[in-house]
Design a binder for this molecule. Structure first.
Ligand SMILES: [Zn+2]
Length: 188
């Protein structure tokens, strides 16, 4: 490689890096959003189906996500019925983080359901479980959660107060549905 080639090669690499940083941050950070100012960037989750646990610092103080963290969340929040994967919406995880921080940053959020494959969602519909045809769970944009020590009602009221998407209350199985779709509320 002569000097000129080597120089343009280096510039090429540098531009790729800069582009990656710019687009990476646009994709994953919600700068300026009020939400960002009320979360600590660390999230502990427990999967109630398989007993897995993760505790991840997923972004830095500027709100820039670590690519490894996104991958870890995607795997952890896979469809519990068939292992199907979907990129989870970063905004959803930031909302869950904010919920966790509100009730105490040391609390662990228990995940009852996150991503659902179309096959599993179809199965739940076929057995009359009242799930939506185009559920936000199938888009990686919804999670059903509970936080031990916090009542389902208190959790629901807080999620509802955020006004960032869907909030559904399920007293029987004791969980709250959270999604980052349009603002809707159901249950009481
Ligand atoms: Zn749900």
């Amino acid at each position: 490689m002569n000097f000129k080639t080597s120089q343009s090669y280096r510039w090429g690499l540098a531009s790729l890096l800069v582009l990656g940083l710019v687009f990476g941050s646009r994709q994953h950070a919600f700068e300026g959003s009020e939400l960002l100012q009320h979360r600590d960037g660390q999230l502990a989750l427990y999967n109630t189906h398989n007993g897995e646990y993760i505790n991840i610092r997923y972004c830095d103080v500027h709100g820039i996500w670590s690519p490894d963290a996104a991958q870890s969340f995607n795997h952890f929040l896979r469809c519990h019925a068939d292992g199907g994967l979907m990129p989870m919406h970063p905004h959803l995880l930031e909302v869950i983080d904010r919920i966790q921080d509100h009730f105490g940053p040391d609390r662990v959020v228990h995940v009852i359901s996150a991503y659902r494959s179309p096959k599993y969602n179809g199965y739940l519909r076929s057995v009359g479980r009242g799930v939506a045809l185009h559920s936000y769970h199938m888009k990686g944009q919804a999670m059903d959660i509970r936080i031990p020590g916090i009542s389902t009602r208190a959790l629901f009221e807080y999620v509802k107060s955020l006004g960032v998407g869907g909030a559904g209350c399920y007293h029987g199985p004791n969980f709250v549905h959270v999604d980052v779709g349009p603002v809707r509320v159901w249950g009481s």
